[in-house]
Design a protein around this ligand. Structure first.
Ligand code: ADP
Ligand code: MG
Length: 465
């Protein structure tokens, strides 16, 4: 491009630049992508920021999506026509309203209106952009739920209806549901995927009843292609809401629309939910998410620091993964805290600073699981008496469970070796260390021991969360 040409382009309006960019964007991204994602954008004429190319997106979802996927291409291409553009700013302007309704980035995940179902166009208002399949780390405890979610997201017609995901708090149910929604939006932007917490469902329903608008409430819900209701245990004991949910559910399933439900328990264990509904909920595929394993926790921490482009010593991550076993939300919170602390005081993260910053979290994770719990569980598992485990007996049928219990005490609590020794009938710390090492050395080759320990860990973590 020669200087004269460039000069004349420099005086182009934003609108002009955008029109000139169109063929280049199509060339780079393809016609279909351009049509789905870029065509709905418009130029923000009111922007007065000189070096910023200001655009409106018609929904929050579009905005997040453009930023995540097309920001760089757009910037590169508009710069060809106006080299001094240094950034792109995207605001949300809901088209149907005449007065420009510009949304602030900070409120990206707070509902726009009181009634979530009023957002006819923006079904994604309740979705978290970080909750995608790409950001979901798969391990033994969640692989079934993950695979089921993937299948449902990818298939055109419902394969399993409903998909019912269940598991304890903070184990990734909401994350998986949002991931399904994002995936469907990416594949078929026109599909209407509605995600609601059971609480929002109830709230909207009550609103509708109050304003004598129940008919349109029903219509709105029955017009979606995919309906997701999160934490359905919430409607336990709320009979009218349950009844309504039951009808909505049946109507959608009858029309061959996908329904996805989550709860903290399996359908049959749900409390104060009618038997008809319970049985209906288990018609499709029921997938549970188990408590996390150490490997999964470590994997999640590693993936998180990669995304944040942070450098945290592996020993710190291992420490967190072994000590914070309650759930992933707490684990993420702990990582964020130590990173924030280190950034704030400008020093690198050490094991000591981690212990200090996370004192309360570590203590509460500790409290959940005591050495007594472990001794009881392990003795029961191997069918020996706790008193024998704590004695000085050295027969094989006693020493193996004792080693396992010591090993688990080290892995799953924050107790020191001497403390553990004391709890095992006053043994000294070297004998605890010996037991821990012994188990560690056997684990790689002894499949049965490995499985015993996995089972014990699972049931210990279940029993205390
Ligand atoms: P639930 O709905 O089961 O209570 P969430 O889906 O809200 O749990 O998950 C809690 C937090 O843990 C979220 O920040 C989520 O992103 C994160 N998380 C859960 N499972 C995973 C996973 N497998 N990989 C990465 N992050 C996860
Ligand atoms: Mg949740």
């Amino acid at each position: 491009m020669n200087t004269a040409e460039k000069l004349s382009l420099d005086s182009l309006s934003s609108q002009g630049i955008w029109e000139k960019s169109k063929p280049l964007l199509i060339e780079e991204l393809g016609e279909a992508t351009y049509k789905s994602w870029l065509e709905p954008l418009s130029i923000n004429q009111n922007s007065e920021m000189l070096q910023t190319f200001a655009i409106f997106a018609p929904s929050r979802f579009m905005k997040d999506w453009i930023i995540a996927n097309y920001h760089d291409v757009i910037l590169r291409i508009v710069q060809k026509f106006q080299s001094n553009i240094s950034s792109i700013k995207i605001d949300v302007q809901v088209k149907k309203e005449s007065s420009a309704k510009v949304e602030n980035n900070l409120h990206a995940f707070t509902p726009k209106t009181e009634d979530p179902l009023d957002q006819k166009e923006d079904y994604t208002a309740f979705l978290d952009v970080r909750y995608t399949f790409e950001h979901f780390v798969v391990g033994k405890s969640n692989e079934l739920a993950y695979a089921a979610a993937m299948r449902v997201a990818e298939s055109e017609k419902p394969l399993y209806n409903p998909l019912f995901l269940h598991g304890g708090v903070g184990l990734g149910k909401t994350h998986l549901m949002h991931a399904i929604a994002w995936h469907i939006y990416k594949q078929s932007p026109k599909k209407r995927v509605l995600y609601l917490s059971a609480e929002k469902f109830m709230y909207s329903f009550i609103q509708a009843l109050r304003f004598k608008d129940a008919v349109s409430f029903k219509e709105k819900l029955r017009n979606v292609d995919v309906l997701m209701i999160d934490d359905v245990q919430f409607i336990g004991g709320k009979d009218t809401t349950q009844e309504e949910f039951f009808h909505t559910f049946n109507a959608l399933v009858d029309q061959n629309k996908q329904v996805i439900i989550s709860a903290d328990k399996s359908p049959s264990d749900l409390e104060k939910i009618g038997d008809r509904l319970k049985s209906r909920l288990s018609w499709g595929l029921v997938a549970d998410i188990h408590p996390t394993t150490y490997e999964l926790r470590l994997g999640i921490l590693q993936s998180k620091i990669e995304t944040m482009q942070m450098d945290v010593d592996i020993h710190i991550l291992e420490f967190l993964a072994s000590k914070i076993t309650s759930n992933i939300r707490e684990l993420e919170g702990a990582l964020n805290r130590i990173i924030a602390h280190a950034t704030l005081i400008g020093r690198s993260i050490t094991l000591d600073s981690t212990r200090e910053v996370l004192k309360d979290v570590l203590r509460s994770n500790d409290r959940r699981l005591t050495i007594d719990d472990i001794q009881r569980k392990v003795s029961g598992y191997y069918n020996i008496k706790v008193t024998d485990m704590l004695s000085a007996k050295r027969t094989q049928n006693i020493t193996r469970p004792r080693h396992v219990a010591m090993y688990l005490s080290k892995m799953l609590t924050t107790k020191s070796l001497p403390e553990i020794g004391r709890k095992f009938g006053g043994k000294d710390h070297t004998s605890v260390l010996h037991s821990v090492r012994k188990i560690e050395s056997l684990l790689p080759d002894d499949q049965m021991l490995f499985e015993d320990i996995e089972k014990l860990k699972k049931s210990l973590e279940l029993g205390c969360s």
